[in-house]
Design a protein around this ligand. Structure first.
Ligand SMILES: NC(=O)C1=CN([C@@H]2O[C@H](COP(=O)(O)OP(=O)(O)OC[C@H]3O[C@@H](n4cnc5c(N)ncnc54)[C@H](O)[C@@H]3O)[C@@H](O)[C@H]2O)C=CC1
Ligand SMILES: C[N+](C)(C)CCCC(=O)O
Length: 518
């Protein structure tokens, strides 16, 4: 209802973008007709490739469009466009770039509802959450717009009045390769620092979620970036490989799984290209008995059930001090059972549909295996079939809490990437820190306690790149985000990301005569 009620104010812009969306921001009606590649400042059909993949609306299982995968020629055209735009953009001052990025942020804010709706339709997450994603996206652009004007090097004095200075220079054409869980936000987390530093970008979203990133490309053009500065190519493995192997690509920033991350790094190694890898996780959330229980329960829900549990930094191993195990478990199960699953475009829905059927089956497989290995399903875990007939073929399940878990169970060791929380009791701080770190991953971690010394001591001991004290999965764009160990390296967000989208040139200046040793 609310989605329909909003329509009149959105109509003019929606029609300008995609005529069908105006009539169809109701689940089960949206289709995409326009090309999904973006090159040289416009939507284009790919020049080659052309293998078609179906793109789904997870809420209904309906095909919303066919994706034409970009071939080698199309990838090359996108890179050449980016190269040409780079020449203009990299010569502009930081303040000039800042103004364009701020305008892009403003347009995203203005179109928040439309972009969030696109994201919900293509990803399956609730509209409530998609709006938050879009807010984090424009905040990211604003943040890097703010930094663009003050990117600078150092001035170093040398003997005899000589001196040196450093210049922070862009890398060139950067490639962004994204996952399907936060399509628009991932594209912003990569493009905002890249563009602020003076780079151009060719972005490839996941073939499951190709739609919203093209909107971002249109917004950049509308905001005033040179045509070709931000291009979108579409496709899966083959398209990604063409990008990574392209000799004119200077850097690859990848968000996705560990196995793909390894392949990206191998391809990058051949061209000596720097990489940023944002990979998977199996993060610990440690709940001490002296916590504020209600906050800890809220934190555990935030750590596990955003975006149907399809979040890389989720705290899926919930370690609970044995003294409060029963009280915590009872409350967390009660609250999980209350999560409203269903049509993601409805205002009161808090969990939508998983990305696709194979992924839902995979998550179900993990739950089945957990039961076989002795875990106890305390709630959820079963498929959910909404009453609304149009949702019958959607990919829904009820959020799941597993009790009686042991550290060596598959559900505790492997990333499930679905709404499945594993509860693990512990007795001492020393023991829990060791168990928390006993994983190949190291993306995130969290601690709930009222004891500030213990909180800082424990996060200092966690081998993870993003730690939370008394909260979880909040994402202020001012803070760097990224992993330790198999969760990758490089950082997104915060000042730190500048390091990964720029290179330092040192200039040594002689003020005297050259004293030759020859
Ligand atoms: N650390 C982080 O920030 C995040 C990590 N992830 C991780 O991503 C995974 C889920 O996302 P998926 O899309 O299933 O991951 P994926 O690794 O299958 O695909 C990610 C992207 O890489 C592309 N790709 C696949 N094979 C490629 C190849 N050989 N060369 C170049 N590109 C290739 C895909 O088309 C897609 O765009 C989970 O493991 C999750 O933890 C997801 C979101 C955030
Ligand atoms: C926004 N946040 C923190 C919930 C998740 C961001 C990382 C990801 O793309 O999975």
């Amino acid at each position: 209802m609310l989605a329909q009620a909003r329509l009149p104010s959105l109509l003019p812009r929606l029609c300008a973008f995609a005529p069908r969306l105006a009539m169809s921001s109701v689940t089960g009606t949206f289709t995409v007709q326009q090309p999904l590649n973006y090159r040289g400042g416009a939507r284009v059909q790919p020049a080659d490739g052309g293998q078609a993949e179906e793109v789904y609306e997870p809420a209904t299982g309906r095909v919303i469009c066919k994706l034409l995968c970009s071939g080698e020629k199309e990838v090359d055209l996108a890179v050449q466009n980016a190269k040409a735009a780079f020449k203009i953009w990299s010569q502009m001052s930081g303040m000039e770039r800042s103004r364009v990025l701020l305008e892009a942020a403003r347009i995203i804010r203005e179109q928040r509802e439309e972009i969030a709706t696109l994201e919900t339709i293509n990803n399956g997450k609730s509209i409530f959450e998609a709006r938050v994603d879009i807010d984090i996206s424009w905040q990211c652009l604003e943040y890097y717009a703010g930094l663009a004007g003050s990117l600078a090097g150092e001035h170093i004095q040398l003997p005899g009045g000589s001196f040196g200075y450093t210049r922070r220079e862009p890398l060139g054409v950067c490639v962004g390769i994204g996952a399907w869980n936060y399509p628009f936000q991932i594209a912003c987390w990569k493009s905002a620092p890249a563009l602020a530093c003076g780079n151009a970008m060719v972005f490839k979203p996941s073939p499951f979620t190709p739609v919203s990133v093209v909107r971002l490309a249109e917004i950049f053009t509308e905001a005033g970036v040179p045509k070709g500065l931000f291009n979108v190519v579409q496709g899966g493995v083959a398209t990604g490989q063409f990008l990574c192997h392209h000799p004119d690509v200077a850097k690859i920033s990848f968000t996705g799984s560990v196995p793909t991350g390894i392949k990206i790094m191998e391809m990058a190694a051949k061209g000596i290209k720097p990489v940023t890898l944002e990979l998977g996780g199996k993060s610990p959330l440690i709940i001490f008995s002296d916590c504020a229980l209600e906050n800890a329960v809220n934190g555990a829900l935030m750590a596990n059930f955003l975006t149907q549990g399809e979040v890389c930094c989720n705290g899926t191993r919930v370690f609970v001090e044995r003294k409060i195990l029963d009280a915590f478990t009872k409350e967390v199960v009660k609250r999980t059972q209350k999560i409203k699953v269903g049509d993601p475009l409805l205002e009161d829905t808090r969990m939508g549909a998983l990305i696709n059927r194979p992924h839902l089956d995979r998550v179900q497989g993990f739950i089945k295996q957990a039961k076989e290995q002795g875990a106890q399903v305390l709630c959820g875990g079963d498929l959910y079939v909404p009453d609304d007939p149009k949702l019958k073929n959607g990919y829904y399940m009820r959020p799941c809490v597993l009790g009686n878990c042991k550290d060596d169970m598959t559900c505790v060791k492997e990333e499930i990437f679905g709404p499945v929380m594993s509860i693990l009791p512990f007795d001492t701080e020393e023991e829990v820190v060791e168990r928390a770190n006993n994983t190949k991953f190291g993306l995130a971690g969290g601690v709930f306690t009222r004891d500030i010394q213990k909180a800082h001591r424990v996060v200092a001991a966690l081998k993870a790149g993003m730690c939370f004290i008394n909260n979880y999965n909040v994402s202020p764009v001012e803070l760097p985000f990224g992993g330790y160990k198999a969760s990758g390296f490089g950082r997104e967000n915060g000042r730190a990301a500048i390091e990964y989208y720029s290179q330092l040139k040192t200039v040594c200046v002689e003020m005297g005569d050259v004293e030759s040793v020859f």
